[in-house]
Design a protein around this ligand. Structure first.
Ligand SMILES: O=C(O)CCC(=O)C(=O)O
Length: 254
């Protein structure tokens, strides 16, 4: 399970920067191949039932385990199918062409790589409320999308703290793509997904990453009919505690 999509990787993240957004976000349309997408989806779907947490409209898995008070209690490694190809490939892309020595997007994070993955499944008409990810993580979020396209919206709070309901930017995430958000986007803006079955008004004018899309022609009518979209969200949890080993199975998931 490797090589075919490697030729689609940019020489550096800078080459795939989303310039319409504040510093810094990156989008790589063909980050994984169709075979890799299928293999990961198969692992997600066949995970033990206890792995799934069912919310009202959405279900999710947390690997290697849930956080307790913003802490990863048991520093288990990620399973092999979440490491390869995604993490190894992600760490192989330098930030800039001229970097010497070469750095990657997690080079300055406490553990130098992501140690935590949330898997969210969104059937059509399902979304996630605008929110910030908070202080548990290093401010880099890497999202691999599987199965279907949808729009992620970025919002700003108004002066009085209330959410301004009109998104400032929309990012279209295609299946097999990688979206990386960092820095100010992580800390200053909220992100969310509207609970709709069709993303509308999609065009060069409204989509921040339009020039980086694999198939802009798929959205010529300005519409994206959603199918089930699954996302893998990779982050570095700042605090790791060995305590989890002593607490035993209470906080562990199989
Ligand atoms: O599924 C996504 O793209 C977004 C997930 C998200 O907002 C989160 O995990 O905080």
């Amino acid at each position: 399970m490797d090589a075919p999509s490697l030729s689609h990787l940019p020489a550096s993240l800078d080459a795939n920067r989303i310039h319409a957004l504040p510093a810094a976000a990156y989008y790589i349309a063909d980050f994984i191949s169709e075979e890799e997408e299928k293999a990961i989806l198969q692992k997600v779907e066949t995970a033990p039932k206890a792995r799934w947490r069912q919310l009202t409209h959405r279900r999710l898995q947390t690997w290697p385990s849930d956080l307790v008070k913003d802490t990863l209690l048991d520093a288990q490694p990620l399973p092999a199918w979440l490491e390869t190809p995604v993490v190894s490939r992600l760490l192989s892309i330098p930030l800039s062409d001229g970097d010497e020595p070469k750095t990657h997007v997690f080079a300055n994070s406490p553990h130098g790589r992501p140690n935590h993955v949330l898997i969210n499944e969104y059937p059509p008409n399902t979304g996630i409320m605008p929110h910030k990810d908070g202080s548990a993580y290093y401010p880099v979020v890497c999202t691999v999308s599987l199965g279907s396209s949808l729009c992620l919206n970025l919002y700003k709070s108004k002066e009085d703290g209330a959410l301004d309901p009109a998104p400032l930017w929309r990012i279209l995430q295609e299946p097999r793509s990688l979206l990386i958000t960092t820095g100010g986007i992580y800390s200053d803006y909220l992100h969310g997904i509207e609970p709709i079955s069709t993303d509308v008004d999609i065009s060069e004018r409204t989509i921040a990453n339009w020039s980086l899309l694999r198939s802009p022609s798929d959205f010529q009518g300005g519409r994206n009919e959603r199918q089930i979209r699954t996302s893998l969200t990779y982050r570095d949890v700042l605090r790791i505690s060995k305590l989890g080993n002593k607490l035993g199975p209470l906080f562990k998931r199989t």
